[in-house]
Ligand binder design. Sequence first.
Ligand code: KG4
Ligand code: ZN
Length: 387
Amino acid sequence: MPAAAPNPPADRPSGRDVARPVVFAIETSCDDTGCALVDGAGRVLASVVSRQLAAHRPYGGVVPEIASREHLRNWPPVSAEALERAGLTLEEVDVVAATRGPGLVGALLVGLSLGKALAYGLGKPFHAVHHLEGHLYSPFLAPPAAAGGSAATAAAEAPPERFAGLVVSGGHSNLYAVDGGRVETLGQSRDDAMGEVFDKVGKRLGLPYPQGPHVDRLAEAAADGGTAGAGDDAPGFGVAALPGLDFSFSGLKSQALNAIQALERRGVDTDLSTLAPGAPAPPAVGRLLAGFRAAAVAQVVGRLTRLHAERPMGVLAVSGGAAANRLLRRELAAWAGERGVELELVDLAYAGDNAAMIAHAALLRHRRGEADDPFAAEAESRLDIPA
Ligand code: KG4
Ligand code: ZN
């Protein structure tokens, strides 16, 4: 009798119980180096993201040259860890995918070149994935398993034939209509994206990069204290009067920056660079941030109301880094609940940039019979989702 094969570690899927095809994906569009393996059922076998916070923090934002170099440095350990967690070798991968754009060209080139070379070397099909297509379908990924359970997530939900998509990130605020895999862009950022204005307002206050989560937390602390909107120094923020479904946040950004300056003229210390972790902002600054956040969220909800009036939606899928915003998540749940719209809100694990969403989008493309020539795929800093 042949010796029994050693059991795989309990917290890892074995090569035998994964659904085919297994997609190996790379995401390097901005400052996060991501590698993930997703199986044919849309189960996330592993998703590793290495953030470059320390490298960019001295500059208050992402420095493209540094991002490219960091991706090169991070890739070997990140990919090794993803394969290790999935319990698979590169030879056991069936499909290779990488983000081709939009994003920072130098950063994209690192991941895309790796993906092309791997697909060619392994003789596997290749998918050059649109970054926003990754975000768009990310709400259908199952949340990561609770600690102690299997390392793999549950199967992904099949995206419905038709749904409305909202992607709010550091580079985009976009509304989409998806119908049978065809993606139509209905609205987009006219100027700064939602996450970008949170970053810029936070940067003006000396908060560390990325500033969006800090601004959200400080606004939440102020709002929780019941002080939002109270007092004569609470600025009222107007929502951009732009008609239609495009987004514009630069007016709101200017209002916030002017309001910060007005506080300073009155002697309020607005420098939050030395704020202890978890500490609230001075009350006047907290109120300002709560008002700013409420106006940003109101614009997003307002666009959805307009869209729903024009073309009623059954399902709304919301994704992107700024979809982590706590007020936005609460307001969207209320908005969708009142209208009987089914809300698919991206899990926090997949809101920011990650490669699981790229692998998942590649799997959906693969099932539709699409594939790319690894020699022809090019990195693009600006790119519309192909209809
Ligand atoms: O999707 P993502 O990781 O990268 C892009 O594709 O841009 O989004 C990052 C953006 C940053 O601007 C970050 O500040 C913002 O998402 N962000 C937030 C929050 N968490 C992340 N913005 C507002 N509230 C948050 N809680
Ligand atoms: Zn993104």
